[in-house]
Design a protein around this ligand. Structure first.
Ligand SMILES: [Fe+2]
Ligand SMILES: [Fe+2]
Length: 407
Protein backbone atom coordinates (compact mmCIF):
# COMPACT_ATOMS: atom_id res chain seq x y z
CA UNK A 1 0.00 0.00 0.00
CA UNK A 2 2.86 2.34 0.90
CA UNK A 3 4.45 1.74 -2.49
CA UNK A 4 1.22 2.63 -4.33
CA UNK A 5 0.78 5.86 -2.43
CA UNK A 6 4.39 6.82 -3.11
CA UNK A 7 3.93 6.03 -6.77
CA UNK A 8 0.76 8.09 -6.96
CA UNK A 9 2.50 11.04 -5.35
CA UNK A 10 5.35 10.73 -7.82
CA UNK A 11 2.96 10.55 -10.78
CA UNK A 12 0.96 13.52 -9.51
CA UNK A 13 4.17 15.43 -9.01
CA UNK A 14 5.47 14.78 -12.47
CA UNK A 15 2.15 15.81 -14.06
CA UNK A 16 2.14 19.17 -12.30
CA UNK A 17 5.73 19.61 -13.33
CA UNK A 18 4.93 19.05 -17.01
CA UNK A 19 1.89 21.38 -16.90
CA UNK A 20 4.06 24.07 -15.42
CA UNK A 21 6.72 23.40 -18.02
CA UNK A 22 4.26 23.83 -20.92
CA UNK A 23 2.75 26.98 -19.43
CA UNK A 24 6.03 28.69 -18.90
CA UNK A 25 7.35 27.75 -22.33
CA UNK A 26 4.13 28.60 -24.21
CA UNK A 27 5.53 31.53 -26.15
CA UNK A 28 8.58 29.71 -27.44
CA UNK A 29 7.20 26.19 -28.03
CA UNK A 30 5.17 25.12 -31.03
CA UNK A 31 2.66 23.00 -29.11
CA UNK A 32 1.08 20.12 -31.00
CA UNK A 33 -2.36 19.30 -29.76
CA UNK A 34 -3.22 15.65 -29.71
CA UNK A 35 -6.96 14.96 -29.98
CA UNK A 36 -6.43 11.93 -27.76
CA UNK A 37 -5.25 14.09 -24.86
CA UNK A 38 -6.64 17.61 -25.23
CA UNK A 39 -5.22 20.05 -22.67
CA UNK A 40 -8.02 21.37 -20.48
CA UNK A 41 -6.56 24.78 -19.76
CA UNK A 42 -7.16 27.09 -22.71
CA UNK A 43 -4.72 29.65 -21.27
CA UNK A 44 -1.81 27.50 -22.43
CA UNK A 45 -3.01 27.55 -26.08
CA UNK A 46 -3.02 30.23 -28.72
CA UNK A 47 -6.48 30.99 -30.23
CA UNK A 48 -5.41 29.26 -33.45
CA UNK A 49 -4.38 26.13 -31.56
CA UNK A 50 -7.63 26.19 -29.62
CA UNK A 51 -9.65 26.38 -32.88
CA UNK A 52 -7.75 23.48 -34.37
CA UNK A 53 -8.31 21.43 -31.22
CA UNK A 54 -12.04 22.17 -31.22
CA UNK A 55 -12.23 21.11 -34.86
CA UNK A 56 -10.88 17.66 -33.99
CA UNK A 57 -13.21 17.10 -31.02
CA UNK A 58 -16.34 14.97 -31.54
CA UNK A 59 -19.57 16.98 -31.60
CA UNK A 60 -22.57 14.82 -32.26
CA UNK A 61 -23.71 11.68 -30.42
CA UNK A 62 -22.74 9.69 -33.54
CA UNK A 63 -19.25 11.23 -33.46
CA UNK A 64 -18.91 10.33 -29.80
CA UNK A 65 -20.04 6.76 -30.42
CA UNK A 66 -17.58 6.43 -33.31
CA UNK A 67 -14.80 7.64 -31.00
CA UNK A 68 -15.80 5.20 -28.27
CA UNK A 69 -16.05 2.23 -30.59
CA UNK A 70 -12.61 2.77 -32.11
CA UNK A 71 -10.49 -0.24 -31.30
CA UNK A 72 -7.78 0.87 -28.97
CA UNK A 73 -7.56 -2.28 -26.94
CA UNK A 74 -4.80 -4.00 -25.01
CA UNK A 75 -6.41 -7.34 -25.91
CA UNK A 76 -7.93 -6.88 -29.40
CA UNK A 77 -8.24 -10.63 -29.97
CA UNK A 78 -10.07 -11.16 -26.68
CA UNK A 79 -12.44 -8.31 -27.53
CA UNK A 80 -13.09 -9.82 -30.96
CA UNK A 81 -13.88 -13.18 -29.35
CA UNK A 82 -16.30 -11.83 -26.76
CA UNK A 83 -18.07 -9.72 -29.38
CA UNK A 84 -18.56 -12.87 -31.40
CA UNK A 85 -20.95 -14.31 -28.80
CA UNK A 86 -22.92 -11.18 -27.96
CA UNK A 87 -26.10 -13.02 -28.95
CA UNK A 88 -25.49 -15.48 -26.09
CA UNK A 89 -24.98 -12.57 -23.69
CA UNK A 90 -28.22 -11.05 -24.93
CA UNK A 91 -30.00 -14.30 -24.07
CA UNK A 92 -28.27 -14.37 -20.66
CA UNK A 93 -29.63 -10.90 -19.89
CA UNK A 94 -33.16 -12.16 -20.65
CA UNK A 95 -32.93 -15.76 -19.39
CA UNK A 96 -30.41 -15.74 -16.52
CA UNK A 97 -31.11 -12.41 -14.91
CA UNK A 98 -34.48 -12.02 -13.25
CA UNK A 99 -37.09 -9.58 -14.40
CA UNK A 100 -36.52 -6.10 -13.09
CA UNK A 101 -38.90 -4.32 -10.74
CA UNK A 102 -42.28 -5.62 -9.58
CA UNK A 103 -41.69 -9.26 -10.56
CA UNK A 104 -38.35 -9.51 -8.83
CA UNK A 105 -37.63 -10.09 -5.16
CA UNK A 106 -36.74 -6.93 -3.26
CA UNK A 107 -35.15 -6.44 0.18
CA UNK A 108 -38.48 -5.25 1.58
CA UNK A 109 -39.96 -8.73 1.00
CA UNK A 110 -37.77 -10.04 3.84
CA UNK A 111 -38.04 -7.18 6.33
CA UNK A 112 -40.64 -5.82 8.75
CA UNK A 113 -43.01 -3.49 6.89
CA UNK A 114 -42.65 -0.14 8.66
CA UNK A 115 -45.74 1.20 6.87
CA UNK A 116 -48.06 -1.23 8.59
CA UNK A 117 -49.94 -0.57 11.81
CA UNK A 118 -48.39 -3.62 13.48
CA UNK A 119 -44.82 -2.65 12.61
CA UNK A 120 -43.82 -2.68 16.28
CA UNK A 121 -44.91 -6.31 16.69
CA UNK A 122 -43.24 -7.26 13.42
CA UNK A 123 -40.04 -5.59 14.51
CA UNK A 124 -40.11 -7.20 17.94
CA UNK A 125 -40.43 -10.64 16.41
CA UNK A 126 -37.70 -9.85 13.87
CA UNK A 127 -35.34 -8.66 16.63
CA UNK A 128 -36.18 -11.63 18.80
CA UNK A 129 -35.00 -13.99 16.09
CA UNK A 130 -31.92 -11.85 15.32
CA UNK A 131 -31.07 -12.16 19.02
CA UNK A 132 -30.47 -15.89 18.60
CA UNK A 133 -27.60 -15.43 16.14
CA UNK A 134 -24.24 -16.27 17.70
CA UNK A 135 -21.51 -13.61 17.69
CA UNK A 136 -19.20 -15.55 15.39
CA UNK A 137 -21.99 -16.05 12.82
CA UNK A 138 -22.78 -12.34 13.16
CA UNK A 139 -19.15 -11.38 12.43
CA UNK A 140 -19.11 -13.47 9.26
CA UNK A 141 -22.46 -12.00 8.20
CA UNK A 142 -21.15 -8.47 8.75
CA UNK A 143 -18.00 -9.24 6.72
CA UNK A 144 -20.17 -10.62 3.91
CA UNK A 145 -22.43 -7.57 4.05
CA UNK A 146 -19.47 -5.16 3.93
CA UNK A 147 -18.15 -7.09 0.92
CA UNK A 148 -21.51 -6.77 -0.86
CA UNK A 149 -21.76 -3.07 -0.03
CA UNK A 150 -18.53 -2.37 -1.94
CA UNK A 151 -20.53 -2.90 -5.16
CA UNK A 152 -19.42 0.47 -6.66
CA UNK A 153 -15.92 -1.01 -6.80
CA UNK A 154 -17.09 -4.14 -8.63
CA UNK A 155 -19.16 -2.24 -11.18
CA UNK A 156 -16.19 0.00 -11.81
CA UNK A 157 -14.04 -3.09 -12.38
CA UNK A 158 -16.57 -4.72 -14.67
CA UNK A 159 -16.36 -1.60 -16.80
CA UNK A 160 -12.60 -1.97 -17.13
CA UNK A 161 -12.91 -5.37 -18.84
CA UNK A 162 -12.30 -4.48 -22.47
CA UNK A 163 -15.25 -5.06 -24.78
CA UNK A 164 -17.83 -5.72 -22.08
CA UNK A 165 -17.99 -2.24 -20.67
CA UNK A 166 -20.77 0.33 -20.68
CA UNK A 167 -19.00 3.30 -22.25
CA UNK A 168 -21.90 5.76 -22.11
CA UNK A 169 -23.79 4.62 -19.02
CA UNK A 170 -26.89 3.65 -20.98
CA UNK A 171 -25.32 1.80 -23.89
CA UNK A 172 -27.75 -0.73 -25.36
CA UNK A 173 -25.38 -3.48 -26.48
CA UNK A 174 -25.56 -6.90 -24.81
CA UNK A 175 -22.47 -6.50 -22.63
CA UNK A 176 -23.50 -3.12 -21.24
CA UNK A 177 -27.00 -4.41 -20.52
CA UNK A 178 -25.49 -7.41 -18.74
CA UNK A 179 -23.23 -5.15 -16.68
CA UNK A 180 -26.10 -2.97 -15.47
CA UNK A 181 -28.51 -5.87 -14.97
CA UNK A 182 -25.97 -7.79 -12.91
CA UNK A 183 -25.24 -4.70 -10.82
CA UNK A 184 -28.94 -4.06 -10.18
CA UNK A 185 -29.33 -7.61 -8.86
CA UNK A 186 -26.21 -7.41 -6.72
CA UNK A 187 -27.32 -4.07 -5.30
CA UNK A 188 -30.09 -5.82 -3.38
CA UNK A 189 -27.62 -8.01 -1.48
CA UNK A 190 -25.86 -5.23 0.40
CA UNK A 191 -29.16 -3.38 0.86
CA UNK A 192 -30.95 -6.32 2.42
CA UNK A 193 -28.10 -7.43 4.70
CA UNK A 194 -27.50 -3.84 5.78
CA UNK A 195 -31.17 -3.38 6.73
CA UNK A 196 -31.26 -6.76 8.47
CA UNK A 197 -28.27 -5.80 10.61
CA UNK A 198 -29.65 -2.34 11.37
CA UNK A 199 -33.09 -3.59 12.41
CA UNK A 200 -31.66 -6.62 14.21
CA UNK A 201 -29.90 -4.30 16.67
CA UNK A 202 -27.03 -6.69 17.24
CA UNK A 203 -24.07 -4.70 15.97
CA UNK A 204 -22.38 -1.33 16.07
CA UNK A 205 -23.71 0.05 12.77
CA UNK A 206 -21.46 3.10 12.93
CA UNK A 207 -18.34 0.87 12.93
CA UNK A 208 -19.79 -1.28 10.16
CA UNK A 209 -20.52 1.80 8.06
CA UNK A 210 -17.00 3.11 8.63
CA UNK A 211 -15.68 -0.23 7.34
CA UNK A 212 -17.80 0.00 4.19
CA UNK A 213 -16.55 3.49 3.47
CA UNK A 214 -12.93 2.45 4.04
CA UNK A 215 -13.33 -0.54 1.72
CA UNK A 216 -14.83 1.45 -1.15
CA UNK A 217 -12.13 4.08 -0.69
CA UNK A 218 -9.35 1.47 -0.69
CA UNK A 219 -10.68 -0.33 -3.77
CA UNK A 220 -9.69 -3.75 -4.91
CA UNK A 221 -7.51 -5.24 -7.63
CA UNK A 222 -8.53 -8.71 -8.83
CA UNK A 223 -5.55 -8.89 -11.21
CA UNK A 224 -7.77 -8.79 -14.29
CA UNK A 225 -5.66 -6.06 -15.92
CA UNK A 226 -8.62 -4.99 -18.12
CA UNK A 227 -8.64 -8.40 -19.81
CA UNK A 228 -12.19 -9.74 -20.29
CA UNK A 229 -10.95 -13.36 -20.16
CA UNK A 230 -9.35 -12.72 -16.80
CA UNK A 231 -12.46 -10.93 -15.67
CA UNK A 232 -14.64 -13.94 -16.50
CA UNK A 233 -12.31 -16.43 -14.83
CA UNK A 234 -12.32 -14.22 -11.75
CA UNK A 235 -16.09 -13.76 -11.65
CA UNK A 236 -16.70 -17.47 -12.37
CA UNK A 237 -14.67 -18.27 -9.27
CA UNK A 238 -15.87 -15.42 -7.10
CA UNK A 239 -19.60 -15.80 -7.69
CA UNK A 240 -19.33 -19.45 -6.69
CA UNK A 241 -17.33 -18.51 -3.59
CA UNK A 242 -19.99 -16.01 -2.50
CA UNK A 243 -22.72 -18.57 -3.18
CA UNK A 244 -20.93 -21.04 -0.89
CA UNK A 245 -20.42 -18.41 1.80
CA UNK A 246 -24.02 -17.06 1.84
CA UNK A 247 -25.39 -20.59 1.67
CA UNK A 248 -23.38 -21.66 4.71
CA UNK A 249 -24.41 -18.57 6.70
CA UNK A 250 -28.03 -19.48 5.86
CA UNK A 251 -27.49 -22.93 7.42
CA UNK A 252 -25.88 -21.44 10.54
CA UNK A 253 -28.67 -18.89 10.92
CA UNK A 254 -31.28 -21.64 10.77
CA UNK A 255 -29.51 -23.75 13.34
CA UNK A 256 -29.01 -20.66 15.55
CA UNK A 257 -32.76 -19.96 15.43
CA UNK A 258 -33.23 -17.11 12.94
CA UNK A 259 -35.25 -18.37 10.00
CA UNK A 260 -35.56 -14.80 8.61
CA UNK A 261 -31.80 -14.58 8.21
CA UNK A 262 -31.71 -18.12 6.83
CA UNK A 263 -34.21 -17.13 4.11
CA UNK A 264 -32.35 -13.89 3.37
CA UNK A 265 -28.98 -15.58 2.90
CA UNK A 266 -30.49 -18.44 0.88
CA UNK A 267 -32.17 -15.95 -1.46
CA UNK A 268 -28.90 -14.08 -1.98
CA UNK A 269 -27.03 -17.37 -2.53
CA UNK A 270 -29.61 -18.14 -5.24
CA UNK A 271 -28.69 -14.92 -7.09
CA UNK A 272 -25.00 -15.77 -6.84
CA UNK A 273 -25.74 -19.23 -8.25
CA UNK A 274 -27.39 -17.72 -11.35
CA UNK A 275 -24.51 -15.29 -11.77
CA UNK A 276 -21.82 -17.96 -11.50
CA UNK A 277 -23.59 -20.02 -14.19
CA UNK A 278 -23.63 -17.01 -16.50
CA UNK A 279 -19.96 -16.14 -16.11
CA UNK A 280 -18.97 -19.79 -16.47
CA UNK A 281 -21.04 -20.03 -19.65
CA UNK A 282 -19.25 -16.93 -21.01
CA UNK A 283 -16.02 -18.87 -20.44
CA UNK A 284 -17.52 -21.84 -22.38
CA UNK A 285 -17.92 -19.51 -25.33
CA UNK A 286 -14.36 -18.22 -25.02
CA UNK A 287 -13.03 -21.80 -24.83
CA UNK A 288 -14.97 -22.75 -27.99
CA UNK A 289 -13.31 -19.90 -29.89
CA UNK A 290 -9.90 -19.44 -28.31
CA UNK A 291 -8.89 -22.40 -26.11
CA UNK A 292 -5.20 -21.47 -26.09
CA UNK A 293 -5.94 -17.91 -25.02
CA UNK A 294 -8.23 -19.12 -22.26
CA UNK A 295 -5.77 -21.70 -20.91
CA UNK A 296 -3.00 -19.11 -20.89
CA UNK A 297 -5.08 -16.67 -18.85
CA UNK A 298 -6.56 -19.26 -16.48
CA UNK A 299 -3.18 -20.82 -15.67
CA UNK A 300 -1.58 -17.42 -15.27
CA UNK A 301 -4.28 -16.33 -12.81
CA UNK A 302 -4.05 -19.52 -10.81
CA UNK A 303 -0.28 -19.18 -10.31
CA UNK A 304 -1.28 -16.53 -7.83
CA UNK A 305 -4.27 -17.11 -5.59
CA UNK A 306 -7.65 -15.58 -6.40
CA UNK A 307 -7.83 -12.44 -4.26
CA UNK A 308 -11.03 -11.94 -2.28
CA UNK A 309 -12.85 -8.67 -3.01
CA UNK A 310 -12.71 -7.40 0.57
CA UNK A 311 -8.98 -8.03 1.04
CA UNK A 312 -8.38 -4.34 1.91
CA UNK A 313 -11.09 -4.28 4.56
CA UNK A 314 -10.44 -2.21 7.69
CA UNK A 315 -12.52 -0.43 10.31
CA UNK A 316 -9.82 2.26 10.54
CA UNK A 317 -8.18 0.67 13.58
CA UNK A 318 -7.79 -3.04 12.86
CA UNK A 319 -5.54 -3.38 9.82
CA UNK A 320 -5.87 -7.18 9.99
CA UNK A 321 -9.65 -7.02 9.96
CA UNK A 322 -9.95 -9.02 6.76
CA UNK A 323 -7.68 -11.79 8.08
CA UNK A 324 -9.57 -11.84 11.37
CA UNK A 325 -12.94 -12.02 9.62
CA UNK A 326 -11.62 -14.77 7.30
CA UNK A 327 -10.34 -16.74 10.28
CA UNK A 328 -13.84 -16.74 11.83
CA UNK A 329 -15.33 -17.80 8.47
CA UNK A 330 -12.78 -20.62 8.27
CA UNK A 331 -13.44 -21.68 11.89
CA UNK A 332 -17.21 -21.88 11.26
CA UNK A 333 -16.73 -23.66 7.93
CA UNK A 334 -18.47 -20.80 6.08
CA UNK A 335 -15.63 -20.37 3.59
CA UNK A 336 -12.46 -22.41 3.96
CA UNK A 337 -9.29 -23.41 2.12
CA UNK A 338 -11.08 -26.66 1.25
CA UNK A 339 -13.84 -24.62 -0.44
CA UNK A 340 -11.16 -22.82 -2.44
CA UNK A 341 -9.75 -26.15 -3.68
CA UNK A 342 -13.24 -27.49 -4.39
CA UNK A 343 -14.22 -24.42 -6.43
CA UNK A 344 -11.08 -24.79 -8.51
CA UNK A 345 -11.80 -28.49 -9.05
CA UNK A 346 -15.36 -27.61 -10.04
CA UNK A 347 -14.15 -25.12 -12.66
CA UNK A 348 -11.55 -27.52 -14.09
CA UNK A 349 -14.31 -30.14 -14.45
CA UNK A 350 -16.95 -27.64 -15.59
CA UNK A 351 -14.77 -26.52 -18.48
CA UNK A 352 -13.62 -30.10 -19.08
CA UNK A 353 -9.99 -29.10 -19.30
CA UNK A 354 -8.84 -32.71 -19.15
CA UNK A 355 -10.41 -33.52 -22.50
CA UNK A 356 -9.64 -30.25 -24.21
CA UNK A 357 -8.35 -30.87 -27.72
CA UNK A 358 -6.75 -28.79 -30.46
CA UNK A 359 -4.49 -26.82 -28.16
CA UNK A 360 -0.77 -26.12 -28.54
CA UNK A 361 1.95 -28.08 -26.74
CA UNK A 362 2.54 -25.06 -24.48
CA UNK A 363 -1.16 -24.95 -23.59
CA UNK A 364 -1.18 -28.69 -22.90
CA UNK A 365 1.50 -28.15 -20.28
CA UNK A 366 -0.50 -25.31 -18.71
CA UNK A 367 -3.66 -27.38 -18.86
CA UNK A 368 -1.88 -30.21 -16.97
CA UNK A 369 -0.77 -27.71 -14.35
CA UNK A 370 -4.40 -26.58 -13.92
CA UNK A 371 -5.76 -30.13 -13.75
CA UNK A 372 -3.31 -31.04 -10.98
CA UNK A 373 -3.72 -27.84 -9.00
CA UNK A 374 -6.99 -28.60 -7.12
CA UNK A 375 -5.56 -31.85 -5.74
CA UNK A 376 -2.46 -30.01 -4.54
CA UNK A 377 -4.55 -27.29 -2.89
CA UNK A 378 -6.85 -29.87 -1.33
CA UNK A 379 -3.91 -31.72 0.21
CA UNK A 380 -2.49 -28.53 1.69
CA UNK A 381 -5.90 -27.32 2.88
CA UNK A 382 -6.79 -30.60 4.57
CA UNK A 383 -3.39 -30.83 6.23
CA UNK A 384 -3.52 -27.27 7.61
CA UNK A 385 -7.15 -27.59 8.76
CA UNK A 386 -6.44 -30.89 10.52
CA UNK A 387 -3.44 -29.32 12.19
CA UNK A 388 -5.48 -26.33 13.37
CA UNK A 389 -8.10 -28.65 14.89
CA UNK A 390 -5.44 -30.87 16.51
CA UNK A 391 -3.50 -27.93 17.98
CA UNK A 392 -6.71 -26.15 18.95
CA UNK A 393 -4.84 -23.07 17.79
CA UNK A 394 -7.75 -20.70 17.03
CA UNK A 395 -7.52 -17.49 19.01
CA UNK A 396 -10.59 -15.28 19.28
CA UNK A 397 -10.26 -11.64 18.23
CA UNK A 398 -12.09 -8.51 19.34
CA UNK A 399 -14.31 -6.92 16.65
CA UNK A 400 -15.38 -3.27 16.78
CA UNK A 401 -18.45 -4.35 14.74
CA UNK A 402 -19.81 -6.03 17.85
CA UNK A 403 -18.48 -3.50 20.34
CA UNK A 404 -15.24 -5.32 21.09
CA UNK A 405 -16.81 -8.66 21.85
CA UNK A 406 -14.59 -11.54 20.78
CA UNK A 407 -15.35 -14.06 18.06
FE1 LIG B 1 -23.72 -10.55 -4.11
FE1 LIG C 1 -22.34 -12.01 -6.89
Amino acid sequence: MFVSITLLCLLGGSQSFSNHFYSSKRSSLSLRVSPAMPPTDSSVLTPKELDSMKATMPKTKEDIQREISRDRYLYPKHVEVIRDFEDKVDSAVDDVLLETGANMWQPQDYLPDMEREDWVEQLKEFRGKAGTVADDTLVVLIGDMVTEEALPTYQTLLNTFEGCDDPEGDTQNAWARWSRGWTSEENRHGDLLNKYLYLGGRCNMRKVEETIQHLITSGFNPGAAQDPYRGFVYTSFQERATKVSHGNVAKLARSNGDDNLARICAMIAGDEARHERAYQSFCDEVIARDPDGFIEVFSDMMKAQIVMPAALMTDGADLSLYDNFSAVAQKLGVYTAVDYAEILQYLVDRWDLEHMTGISAVSEEKRDFLCNLPRRYMKLATRSMNKAVKDNSYETKAFSWINGRRA
